[in-house]
Structure formats: structure tokens, C-alpha cells
Design a protein around this ligand. Structure first.
Ligand SMILES: [Zn+2]
Length: 135
């Protein structure tokens, strides 16, 4: 139990350190990790703008977060609840007792939405979905 709690606490510590680092980056910089897909193709993937969106969320600028990456911003609360429950399950039982209890249907809907989002944001008619910074 202590070892598992230590592992979860270490993961939470590193996540908090990453969020703290992200908080102090400049507007529009994000984590500074370039997207390989975007660098190779010039197209936006579903994740492009996610770290900039997370930075905006940390600064409570939710509108700008939606402008950087709407699918990430919308799904972040679900991801936070899922990974928190996963950590608690790991501490209490030593294994994942969460994932098996979740219906896969909404998960597939979210994955399909993320793929569709990644396609649409590269079509000129949906250019508003591309990561953009307000002037
Ligand atoms: Zn990308």
C-alpha cells in the first residue's frame, strides 16, 4: 500500500511540476514540444495546440483554450476524473478496477470525435478549429 501510494504521489508530483512549468511559459508557447505530424505534413493533428490550451486553462482563459484545441479542452475534465479514479484504484487495490467498469461506447464516440476534429481543422471551411491565438 505504501509503495503504491508513493508511486501515485510521485506521478502527481511530476504532473504538478509539469503544470507549474506550463503556467510560467509565455502566451502561445505551450510546452514548446513541436508536433512531429505538423512538422512533417504542415497539417494539424487532433492534439495540436493541446499544451497551449492547457496553459490557457491554467490562466483561466477558457475561451482561448477552446481556440487552441477545443476537443482537448472539452475532454480534459473527463480525462482528469478518469486518471484520478485510476490513481485511487491503484492505491486501494493495487490494480485498475476502473477501466473494466466503463462502457466502451462513449470512449469510441470520443475517439471518433477526436479523429473527425483532426480532419476538419485542416479543411479551409473549418479553419476556425485550427490552433489560433487571439490578437
Ligand atoms: Zn499535432
Amino acid at each position: 500500500m505504501k509503495k503504491r501510494a508513493f508511486i501515485v504521489a510521485a506521478a502527481a508530483f511530476f504532473a504538478a511540476a509539469a503544470l507549474l512549468y506550463l503556467y510560467f511559459t509565455g502566451e502561445g508557447e505551450g510546452a514548446g514540444i513541436p508536433c512531429m505530424f505538423h512538422q512533417l505534413t504542415g497539417l494539424y493533428c487532433s492534439g495540436c495546440g493541446a499544451s497551449r490550451a492547457l496553459r490557457s486553462i491554467l490562466h483561466l482563459d477558457f475561451y482561448q483554450a477552446l481556440r487552441y484545441n477545443a476537443i482537448f479542452t472539452i475532454s480534459l475534465p473527463l480525462l482528469a476524473v478518469y486518471f484520478s479514479a485510476l490513481g485511487i484504484s491503484y492505491i486501494r487495490f493495487g490494480k485498475d478496477r476502473i477501466s473494466g467498469k466503463i462502457s466502451m461506447f462513449p470512449v469510441w464516440i470520443i475517439i471518433a470525435a477526436a479523429i473527425l476534429y483532426g480532419i476538419l481543422r485542416n479543411i479551409p471551411a473549418f479553419a476556425f478549429l485550427a490552433p489560433t491565438c487571439l490578437p
